[in-house]
Design a protein around this ligand. Structure first.
Ligand code: CP
Length: 312
């Protein structure tokens, strides 16, 4: 019989792919305790006092960046932030030189978002600090999948046996990849749906059902997770028109009625209203989209604590 993890095995969180099931459970259970901290009158604990966390965001972010920053403050860490604009990256400094410069200031953790898949792995090879991947290209977004799992577990009291439909721009989605790794590890059944032009090679080999019919994907689903159409990553002509995309793949109240009666709707954000999701669904009774944002804070506190706290 395997024993439960009491610590993460790596000093980095680069993805879900190489996390063990007991490590996922440990992060989700720790996040539950962190959520309790957020319900107190004084929402701050001294857990990371004297630790330094650097937030490196080379790509736009609202939710991930703000929740990491708030999570670090709630744990009493010293924090520094850097975005591409206003940094020496605009003068042509390489990622390696930027990382070495930051390393010289001896941070304990570096949280990084980058447009290139594998950029956090490159940092992990040259830095003594622990690296947290806050989204790398089309590869992984591990804390997003963890907060999604936390939200599903909060609403459904389980992950094993859930039917999860993930619909949208599959090709460009790091959220898809991290969620598929996580959900298949915990015994959920996953169906993915998107236009054939936006379907990554090898998706069928990841242990999921693949369909081009949103009606089929949503049928009986406990969770419907919509993915953003990532216009900024599309160089070619992937879609004829946004109107046609919404007709074929948009989530409407009518389509939601095919799901399980107590189904929930998720979206990692930011949303393209009227493209992948109807506002009536995004703001309706099925939606847990703002719960995902709130839970992101607890999950990121848990990850920071497990990587840099006493046990980290
Ligand atoms: N879900 C997500 O990563 O959102 P941001 O791009 O706003 O951080």
């Amino acid at each position: 019989m395997s024993t439960a993890a009491t610590a993460l095995r790596s000093r980095h969180l680069l993805g879900i792919e190489h996390l063990e099931r007991d490590e996922i459970d440990l992060i989700l259970d720790t996040a539950l305790a962190m959520k309790e901290v957020g319900s107190r009158h004084i929402k701050k604990v001294p857990t990371l006092r004297g630790r330094t966390v650097v937030n490196l965001f080379f790509e736009a972010s609202t939710r991930t960046r703000m929740s990491f920053e708030l999570a670090e403050k709630r744990l009493s860490a010293d924090t520094l932030g850097m975005t591409t604009t206003g940094s020496s990256v605009t003068k042509g400094e390489t990622l390696t030189d930027t990382a070495r410069t930051i390393e010289a200031m001896a941070p304990d953790l570096i949280v990084m978002r980058h447009a290139s898949s594998g950029a956090p792995h490159q940092l992990a090879k040259i830095c003594r600090a622990g690296i947290i991947n806050a989204g790398d290209g089309t590869h992984e977004h591990p804390t997003q999948a963890l907060l999604d799992a936390f939200t599903m577990r909060e609403r459904k009291a389980r992950l094993q046996g859930l039917r999860v439909a993930i619909v949208g721009d599959l090709e460009h989605s790091r959220v898809l990849r991290s969620n598929v790794f996580l959900l298949t590890k915990v015994g959920a059944s996953v169906v993915v749906c998107g236009p054939p032009t936006l379907r990554p090679v090898g998706i069928a080999e990841m242990g999921v059902e693949v369909t081009s019919s949103i009606d089929r994907a949503v049928e009986g689903a406990d969770v419907v997770m919509m993915l953003r159409v990532q216009h900024e990553r599309m160089k070619g002509l992937f879609l004829p028109s946004m109107r046609e995309y919404f007709t074929l793949f948009g989530l409407t109240p009518e389509r939601m009625r095919r799901a399980a009666p107590d189904a929930i709707v998720m979206h990692p954000g930011p949303m393209n209203r009227g493209v992948e999701i109807d506002s009536e669904v995004a703001d309706g009774p099925w939606s847990v989209i703002l719960d995902q944002v709130a839970n992101g804070l607890a999950v990121r506190m848990a990850v920071l604590y497990l990587l840099a706290g006493e046990e980290g």
